[in-house]
Design a protein around this ligand. Structure first.
Ligand code: D41
Length: 692
């Protein structure tokens, strides 16, 4: 037998655990770390295992488990669960009409004061009746037809937010709490992510998640589902001392007994307050942590509610105003792709027009191939379409039961679109990427503006003045299709563009001309090869030394380059495998774009390792930057000032004090030819140096 001490300990543990539960699940403000909670829980479990007579129905250990049921028992509601008059109305006038009706029924004239209302959210879940007797949860039932529902006590017990015992000193003899079980969006997402990872079935939406879980015969399954609850009213009530006399006070009182109540509610007088609430919630609908259907207005005072009574099964003192549904069913007429600015092919379902989220939707995104596979959406399917707020409409799921017979084939983007619908370049899917992409980066009209802007960018070809406004015009007027066309522009054409004076046209032309002398690294970067940023471009330039070597490099050759992995290597080979891209590269070279080439890492690598060079003056052909790049490619460093440790000073025209300093210190001085000779692969001098 358990001693009085043990009994006291079990009682204390129970109370403490339920308090932490409430803080965690209802208030969302955990009071202790999970590990400590687990200790308390395990201590209680251990006590109850040793002394089974200690187990009480309100023990937190009784939330989980229980055997699967054969079916649900029928429950006759002590007080019928009415339904609520629901109006689909996106206008403020709905609240005004309700107020007019209420005032008329109550026989109020314009001279009479405003009626006090409560406004709250309309949750999109499953209505439930919780029966507490002397504070203990004894039964939970679904609404059913309002008269008779199903006994879902076992499942409801698994909801941590629902108290098994009311936290109050003097509980009413009977208190029935009515409310809605629902699933929060974050819980829904988390649950689905976990299921997906485990290769298990996912829920279509939070609503189905809530309803399906409660009507689940196996409580252990229900326990897995993260459900929430908010109370919206009362059923049978007996022996409640100082019972509240308004709806608002009732919800406050329930909250005081640890029943979850939504805080998004107001009390106010007259229709204007309801309109304001309606509009405020409509504006915030998508940022709420759960889906709602709409808002509910109720006459606040119970005596007025009684006076108003109900019509058939709907109280005259309450109304629900639904917002436009965010999900609808429709059929998939076809699946097409849209090519984005980065070349990603996004599958888009063409739909039979459907009114959802306040607009008529005819297209919805399918995101990518993985999503198509996961949702298994096929042409001809009936699908759930969702449009929430300003978010682009998406296909949530296919309704497999309504799939046409014979079954349409699975949809595979690469099979249907082996080439880009915009430019005919090959379409590929890179390892580890969700997106299928067009490889015609330089020629694809969908990618044209993006490609041009990138090409002209400061860190790429550095064509000053070729910004987005200009690129828009050039592309939209069909003057430029590929970056190579930039070099064919003339003064007359440019000066004819909007907001282009002759002076700025001339400046731009000069900038275009100047950009022809570039470096290999800049040129590679300018091509906009996927996954090839500025640093990778420099590494590639250094490594290969010439564009043709890069173009003909196989994947293994590319993998030898610093920081180049399989994905980058694949991006590069795929880019140059696309003939359209090679055409543009060749046109650019033909237009006079040039850069100094050298032997590349494989040959010049290490020639200057450990050596510091200083550049001074203007070299005849190399820019300072390309000279620096070549030196670095050979393993050398470029410093800003000359010292005894300087290996070489490379001097051009108008060299200044650095040259003098070098002469004073006896540092070797090279001109451009000397530098190039030093870097040439068959350079004896270099060999000699290396031996040092
Ligand atoms: O949030 C809800 N879904 C909600 C449902 C609510 N906030 N209030 C409601 N009020 C009532 C009355 C007026 C009958 C007490 C309701 C419901 N009924 C209701 N839900 C399902 C059927 C009826």
């Amino acid at each position: 037998m358990a001693s009085a001490d043990v009994l006291a300990r079990a009682t204390a543990l129970r109370r403490e655990i339920e308090q932490h539960n409430y803080a965690y699940y209802v208030l969302d403000q955990p009071t202790i770390p999970d590990a400590e909670y687990d200790w308390l829980f395990r201590e209680l479990q251990a006590l109850e295992t040793e002394y089974p007579e200690l187990i009480t129905p309100d023990s937190p250990t009784q939330r989980v488990g229980g055997k699967p049921l054969d079916g649900f028992a029928q429950v006759r509601h002590a007080v019928p669960m009415l339904s609520i008059r629901t109006e689909t109305d996106t206008e403020a006038s709905g609240a005004q009409a309700f107020d007019v009706r209420v005032r008329k029924e109550l026989g109020l004239s314009e001279a009479d004061p405003l009626v006090e209302y409560a406004a709250e959210l309309k949750f999109d879940g499953l209505a439930i009746n919780l029966r507490y007797e002397h504070g203990l949860l004894v039964q939970a039932a679904t609404r059913g037809d309002g008269e008779t529902g199903e006994d879902v006590t076992q499942n409801i017990r698994t909801l941590h937010c629902i108290p098994l015992r009311l936290q109050t000193e003097a509980p009413p003899a009977v208190l029935e709490v009515r409310g809605e079980v629902f699933m929060r969006r974050d819980d829904f997402e988390r649950y689905n992510a976990r299921q997906r990872e485990a290769g298990k079935l996912t829920l279509v939406n939070p609503r189905n998640g809530a309803a399906g879980s409660i009507r689940q015969l196996d409580p252990a399954m229900a326990a897995q589902r993260p459900l929430s609850f908010f109370a919206y009213g009362l059923g049978d009530v007996q022996g409640w001392k100082d019972a509240p006399r308004t709806h608002g006070a009732t919800l406050d009182a329930l909250a005081g007994m640890s029943i979850p109540v939504c805080s998004e509610r107001i009390i106010g007088s007259g229709a204007a307050v309801l309109v304001a609430f309606h509009d405020d919630i409509a504006a915030r609908r998508d940022s709420l942590p759960f889906d709602i259907d709409g808002v509910v207005y109720k006459v606040n005072a119970y005596d007025l509610q009684r006076e108003l009574g109900f019509l058939t099964r709907e109280p005259r003192w309450a109304v629900a105003h639904k917002y436009p549904a965010q999900e609808q069913l429709t059929t998939v007429l076809g699946i097409e792709v849209q090519v984005g600015r980065t070349g990603a092919l996004t599958p888009v379902a063409r739909l039979a027009p459907v009114f959802v989220g306040g607009v008529t939707v005819t297209n919805a995104t399918l995101h990518n191939q993985d999503e198509i596979d996961r949702k298994d959406v096929r042409v001809g399917d009936t699908v759930i379409v969702r449009r929430a707020g300003d978010v682009i409409p998406e296909v949530v799921a296919a309704v497999i039961e309504r799939r046409p017979d014979p079954e349409p084939p699975r949809f595979n983007i690469l099979e249907i679109y082996p080439v880009c619908p915009e430019c005919g370049s090959h379409v590929v899917r890179l390892e580890g990427e969700a997106a299928v992409r067009c490889t015609g980066g330089l020629v694809c009209p969908a990618q044209r503006k993006q490609a041009l802007l990138h090409f002209a960018g400061r860190r790429a070809m550095d064509i000053e003045g070729l910004g987005d406004k200009l690129v828009d015009q050039l592309v939209e007027r069909g003057l430029v299709h590929t970056p190579a066309d930039v070099y064919g522009l003339d003064l007359v054409t440019l000066a004819g563009l909007d907001r282009m004076a002759e002076k700025s046209a001339a400046n731009l032309l000069a900038a275009i001309e100047a950009s022809k002398a570039t470096t290999l690294a800049r040129f590679i970067f300018a091509l906009g090869i996927r996954n090839v940023g500025e640093t990778t471009a420099k590494d590639l330039a250094r490594h290969f030394g010439s564009l043709d070597k890069l173009i003909s490099a196989a994947e293994v050759d590319l993998l030898a380059v610093r920081d180049v992995g399989p994905i980058v290597a694949q991006s590069i080979t795929q880019f140059f495998a696309e003939p359209h891209n090679l055409d543009v590269v060749n046109s650019l070279r033909a237009a006079g774009v040039h850069w100094p080439e050298f032997a590349g890492m494989s040959q010049s690598a290490g020639i200057l390792t450990g050596q510091t060079l200083v550049l001074t003056g203007t070299l005849p052909t190399l820019t300072r930057e390309s000279a620096k790049e070549m030196i670095e490619a050979a393993g050398g460093k470029v410093a800003g000032s000359v010292s005894k440790k300087t290996a070489y000073v490379v001097a051009g025209e108008e060299a200044g004090s650095k040259l003098t300093k070098a002469q004073e210190l006896g540092v070797s001085i090279l001109d451009e030819a000397g530098l190039l000779a030093l870097l040439a692969p068959d350079n004896n001098n270099a060999q000699h140096r290396l031996d040092l």
